[in-house]
Write a protein of this length. Sequence first.
Length: 79
Amino acid sequence: MSTHRLSNVSLADYRLFLKKVGCKHTRTSGGHEHYTRKDLARPITVQTHVDPVPEFVIKNALRALSLSKKDFFEILFGD
């Protein structure tokens, strides 16, 4: 059984996940980084001053990427 939880994902791990799924860092404005991918209707925004990343931010990104929580941990950690 995995002990990973969405509520304690570090900012570094979240950035790594976004890169692994093909998102590109396009710009930074203020304390926010924006990641895009060709098939996304709008960019995924990450607050750079909040660590760990809030669970709702990860869930919104997963919804936009059409991925599940299980997919998230498999991609990130190889579980």
